[in-house]
Design a protein around this ligand. Sequence first.
Ligand code: MD6
Ligand code: FE
Length: 208
Amino acid sequence: MEFNLVFEVYFMIHLQQYLSLEQQSQVIQACREVARISPLYTPKMPSGKPFNCQQTSCGSYGWISDRSGYRYSEIHPNTGKQFAPIPEIIYNLSKSLATQIGELDYIPQTCLINYYKSSGRLGLHQDNSEQNLKPAIISISLGDDAVFLVGGTKRSDATKEILLKSGDIIIMNSESRLLFHGVKKIIPGTYNLLKSGGRLNLTIRQVY
Ligand code: MD6
Ligand code: FE
């Protein structure tokens, strides 16, 4: 009898509790300042169904979703104005992380901010709206714990659960850049630095 075993393993970087409490509160404060200029709103999927989280962006572009599809825009859909600039602490953190994985010329062009209430979640997806799919996506989790799902490069691939805590960093680069992933659930009351409760996730991207 002949066996032909094929294993495909893609490595996603998960840095547990990478940010100190001090850094976490600085990043939360920076997000509040972004939201004053570029307010959180509930986007709609191309189907018209609302997301189970609120979003905004900062940087030269913002990721948006509506009846016309998923894309990057230079204009916030509600204010009609440019997005707030990426706060220095978020810019510096992402540049430092990119340098550590060898992406010395990484340009943080946008940071998507997702805010989940306790009932929030995010369906399985692949981040592929970026014209340049080579640079890493760097993700910062803050607030309540979340059960994160990560699968393979096909939607039908099996997923596994990863617990994301406040201060954790996920990096999807090279082989892991296009893995399907999502947020299965938020575990309410696991963290209290975010006064309103819930969870914030920041994803920093180079789009072009
Ligand atoms: C979240 N994160 O953690 C959603 N995307 O709330 C993402 O969708 C994500 O964590 C690309 C790379 C890393 C991520
Ligand atoms: Fe994503």
